[in-house]
Design a protein around this ligand. Structure first.
Ligand code: ADP
Ligand code: MG
Ligand code: MG
Length: 240
């Protein structure tokens, strides 16, 4: 059974349609890149999938559950890191992660162990108790990713997780995304750049103006892309 399923999803803001009939199924353990230019509808799709935007038409299920039920069970099994997320940077990573972990009902010792493991994985273990006001964009993004993984979700939604990171941070975050899938998690993440996604994505879904216009492995998209996609491909590959 698919772990993420969208059937005929339509979403408008006021009278402006932004998602115009999205259909997709995602299998467990895959890394799926959801790629498209700014304004295509990537964040809106993700917000619907995590149950944040209940006002839509069509069907959206995650882990076999309708996202509109907004159940605690889904919340516990989903991780989400918003686009350009802000964190409380007067805290240290450990303080911040305690704050987030407690919102998920985790107990202090459990959070600490998990946080230390993840801080090590993200090469932030030397900064566990440093105030984050001095952190680079890449370090902040890593802490945000950790905050989305703390409760050990099965499915992780990352909205533009690689945007604005320096080259080293991009490499590390890509490796970690791959590792998450290798450990059985499903990762659904968005990007407005093609370059950064090709090597880690099992599957790439291209969205433009609220519609899916291509879907496959990077190699498949390279070989099968229709001529109408050429321009968009060039845009997504060349831009930052
Ligand atoms: P992407 O993440 O691909 O850049 P979004 O899903 O954020 O695209 O936005 C899709 C379209 O919907 C854009 O035209 C955007 O301006 C519009 N939009 C997004 N959020 C809102 C909102 N809360 N109210 C009105 N329009 C919105
Ligand atoms: Mg955008
Ligand atoms: Mg967005």
């Amino acid at each position: 059974t698919p772990i993420i399923q969208l059937n005929d999803l339509y979403k408008s803001y006021g009278s402006t349609p932004v998602l115009k009939g999205i259909n997709l199924n995602v299998s467990p353990g895959q890394v799926v890149g959801y790629i498209g230019p700014n304004g295509a509808g990537k964040s809106t799709t993700i917000k619907i999938l995590i149950g944040m935007l209940p006002d839509y038409a069509g069907e959206a299920t995650v882990l076999g559950m309708d996202v509109k039920t907004n159940s605690l069970e889904i919340k516990r099994r989903i991780g989400y890191v918003p686009e350009n997320a802000a964190l409380y940077d007067t805290l240290t990573p450990m303080e911040y992660l305690q704050f987030i972990g407690q919102l998920y009902g985790l107990e202090t010792g459990q959070i600490e162990r998990k946080a230390l493991d993840l801080l090590r994985l993200f090469q932030l273990n030397d900064y566990t108790n440093a105030r984050m006001t001095t952190f680079s964009k890449g370090m902040r993004q890593k802490v945000l990713l950790i905050s989305g993984l703390l409760h050990n979700p099965d499915v992780i939604f990352l909205d533009e997780p690689l945007s604005g990171l320096d080259a080293n941070a991009v490499v590390l975050v890509k490796e970690i995304i791959r590792q998450l899938a290798n450990s059985g998690k499903t990762v659904f993440y968005s990007s407005h750049i093609m370059d950064v996604v090709e090597k880690i994505s099992d599957r790439i879904i291209i969205i433009n103006q609220g519609q899916i216009i291509a879907d496959g492995t990077f190699a498949e998209l390279q070989h099968q892309r229709p001529e109408s996609l050429e321009q968009l491909f060039a845009e997504l590959t060349g831009s930052e």
